[in-house]
Write a protein that binds this ligand. Structure first.
Ligand code: SF4
Length: 436
């Protein structure tokens, strides 16, 4: 094993999809698919998680491929000392000829000696570490004992064997839940990473609505964990945090059913659901939201003109597909062709499905070639897909949007609604310019 220092990245994991549960929702026929998938792995989550949790360090225990993936995805940090790295498993490690735990202990010891600013160290599992069954949970416990009081050390999996890239955030946040202090005091806990600027906007809105006891998971510091208990009501900010939500329910918290805060209507419904859970009347929410909603409406109008009537398909990649499709159809007037999701988590998605205008097709899982055949037959105006598929599809004359950009960009809330629409309008405008 070798300590690579910093990062890079870029490989797309290619794995078998989980069984597509071809179950219909109450009224939704779902096309379940199982076959070849093409998605990024959960290591991608380190890019936005390390920006959010400012005293955390992410040590991937993986291969050179993992290091390349991270370096490509997060390689912009060339002027700052990075807060992520890869401990590379060499051939001897993979062949079982070296004691990986000894090597890991050495690498962690050197890292912590060199970086006293680290408050939480995440050991991040990968496909190679899982294949050789390196037990990072036990390693984290052992290392926590060795460095007692100095740093919190946790493990989670970013492997792409059976997951899609946003699930890396879910497994990371899930690892934090047992560490959260217990408290039955009433509070609202927002679950899912939000950029600081968006978190600050929501803090102001919740204060205006009258919800004072507000916490976020993750918080800006890994050592400043929110409290959880019977008085905690949860509002998910991202649709891919289902395992974290389940773990918080086990700690006594209660999930508020709500759509996601994408677009004006989604954000209004999200805030309204939280207010209702705290017994706050609708007219109080209306008063708090009136100004931001009017501002967002003015900004959105020009993009609605550009998007209305255009046909859009989503390939399964980020788990954001359903809320974004709802926004594009409801608020921008787009027509939904196929809406594909990596997996359909009913608990996290029912409130969205209730608002989603019926697409031509709703699919779960992926059988890549079959999906591409349908896409070529559909020829939508815009295809939202993973990075690895975008260029080949552009080469076939289709206009694409990278779904990963929608996770990296601030897109939640009223003030970001026009920016969110602009992200979809931009490739259409580029294609129109090229046509002249
Ligand atoms: S975790 Fe797996 S899919 Fe991700 S870069 Fe490493 S080997 Fe590839």
């Amino acid at each position: 094993m070798r300590h690579a220092g910093d990062i890079s990245a870029a490989a797309a994991g290619r794995c078998d999809a989980p069984a597509g549960a071809a179950r219909a929702g109450d009224s939704w026929p779902v096309l379940g698919e199982r076959g070849q998938r093409r998605v990024f792995c959960g290591l991608a989550g380190i890019v936005w998680l390390h920006r959010k949790i400012q005293d955390a360090f992410f040590l991937v225990v993986g291969s050179r491929t993992c290091a390349h993936l991270l370096q490509s995805a997060a390689g912009v940090m060339i002027f700052a000392e990075p807060r992520f790295a890869t401990a590379i498993l060499e051939d001897r490690d993979l062949a079982g000829m070296a004691d990986c735990n000894d090597e890991l202990d050495r690498v962690v010891g050197e890292l912590l000696a060199r970086r006293p600013d680290i408050g939480t160290l995440f050991l991040v599992g990968s496909c190679p570490s899982e294949v050789i069954k390196l037990d990072l949970d036990t390693a984290a416990e052992r290392l926590t004992g060795e460095h007692q009081g100095r740093v919190r050390i946790l493990a989670y999996s970013g492997s792409g064997i059976e997951t899609t890239f946003t699930q890396g955030e879910d497994t990371c946040l899930r690892a934090l839940v047992p560490q959260m202090p217990a408290s039955d005091e009433p509070s609202l806990l927002v679950v899912g990473t939000l950029p600081d600027i968006v978190e600050d906007q929501f803090r102001r809105l919740f204060a205006a609505v009258g919800i004072g006891s507000l916490q976020f998971l993750p918080a800006r510091s890994g050592t400043d964990l929110p409290r959880v208990g019977a008085g905690t009501k949860m509002l998910a900010a991202q649709p891919f945090v289902g395992d974290t939500v389940a773990a918080l329910v086990e700690r006594g918290a209660e999930l508020i059913a709500a759509p996601y805060p994408f677009g004006i209507q989604g954000t209004r419904a999200w805030l309204g659901a939280a207010a209702a859970a705290f017994g706050i009347p609708e007219d109080t929410v209306d008063a708090a939201c009136a100004g931001p909603m009017a501002r967002a409406e003015r900004g959105l109008a020009r993009y609605r003109e550009q998007l209305a009537g255009k046909r859009v398909s989503f390939l399964p990649d980020s788990q954001l597909e359903i809320p974004l499709a709802r926004f594009l159809a409801q608020e921008c007037g787009m027509e939904l062709v196929e809406v594909g999701v990596p997996y359909l988590d009913r608990r996290m998605m029912d409130a969205e499905l209730a608002l989603l205008p019926v697409p031509e097709r709703l699919s779960e899982g992926q059988d890549l070639e079959a999906q591409l055949d349908r896409l070529r037959a559909d020829r939508p105006d815009l295809t939202v897909c993973g990075l690895g598929l975008a260029n080949p599809l552009e080469g076939e004359g289709l206009t694409t949007k990278w779904s990963i950009e929608l996770v990296f960009s601030p897109v939640h809330g009223f003030d970001q609604a026009p920016d969110l629409a602009e992200l979809f309008a931009r490739p259409l405008n580029r294609r129109a310019r090229l046509a002249f």
